[in-house]
Design a protein around this ligand. Structure first.
Ligand code: CA
Length: 246
């Protein structure tokens, strides 16, 4: 039997949690419900889920703090996380993606909407967490060569079949973007994940590397913009690249 993706559901309102557990299980997921942040951390440590849904208003810790704690656990930064939020100031914070969460849903929401969002995020994340879906090439028909092909063992990335000559940091940045097409990475996140964060790098370090990366991508596809800039926020891989660079 195929393994169902585990979804960690952290929500203190049992009414909402019951409904979500029901729709998630009927949709082929294995929800694990926790009503407190403490319990969620314990569950996460036992086995990181395929995705975590975090309510912002929890009794023992707010969802943002929980997000940071989970991210710091082994494997934590590989797990997509989705916030449930009821207040518009919270939404602003998530939308700004200061936190690097994958998405948010504003309460009240329809359970179907949440399940659809979960599916989209899991599809978008490059990890083959949904057993039925093969690790799909980025935005290409199944028959075409992938737009980006990541070879982690060789530290190499191919773009429309051409191997790019990348510096260590250019590789690090592009690797993150390619692994999660469409996902917005803030400069802080890129600094932390690619440069390690604890040095004297600045936002402009990221911008400078994006610039040289773009120049290298242009040599393969002069008319395309594979890396999107989200002003004031960060960068994302364009999900709408054509199958050929023409
Ligand atoms: Ca709550």
């Amino acid at each position: 039997m195929a393994l169902k993706p585990r979804i960690l559901l952290v929500e203190d309102e049992s009414g909402i949690a019951d409904t979500l557990q029901y729709v998630l299980s009927t949709d082929g997921f294995a929800p694990v419900w926790c009503s407190t942040a403490e319990e969620a951390i314990r569950q996460f440590q036992t086995e990181p889920p395929a995705l975590a849904v975090l309510d912002v208003g929890l009794p023992d810790m707010n969802g943002f703090e929980l997000f940071r704690r989970l991210q710091a656990l082994p494997g934590g930064n590989q797990v997509p996380m989705l916030f449930l939020t009821a207040r518009s100031d919270e939404i602003d914070r998530v939308v700004g993606l200061e936190l690097g969460a994958d998405d948010y849903i504003a309460k009240p929401f329809s359970p179907r909407e949440l399940v659809a969002r979960v599916r989209t995020i899991l599809r978008r994340s490059a990890r083959p967490v949904v057993p039925a879906a093969a690790p799909a090439p980025v935005a290409t028909p199944a028959s075409a060569a992938p737009v980006f092909a990541l070879d982690e063992e060789r530290h190499q990335i191919r773009f429309y079949g051409r191997a790019l000559e990348l510096s260590r940091y250019e590789y690090g940045v592009l690797r993150l973007l390619v692994q999660k097409p469409g996902r917005v990475f803030t400069r802080d996140e890129l600094l932390l994940q690619v440069w390690g964060g604890d040095n004297d790098s600045f936002d402009r370090t990221v911008d400078a590397h994006i610039k040289t990366l773009r120049a290298k991508l242009k040599t393969v596809a002069p008319t395309l913009e594979p890396i999107r800039t989200l002003r004031g926020t960060g960068y994302a891989l364009n999900e709408e690249l054509p199958a050929t660079p023409a």
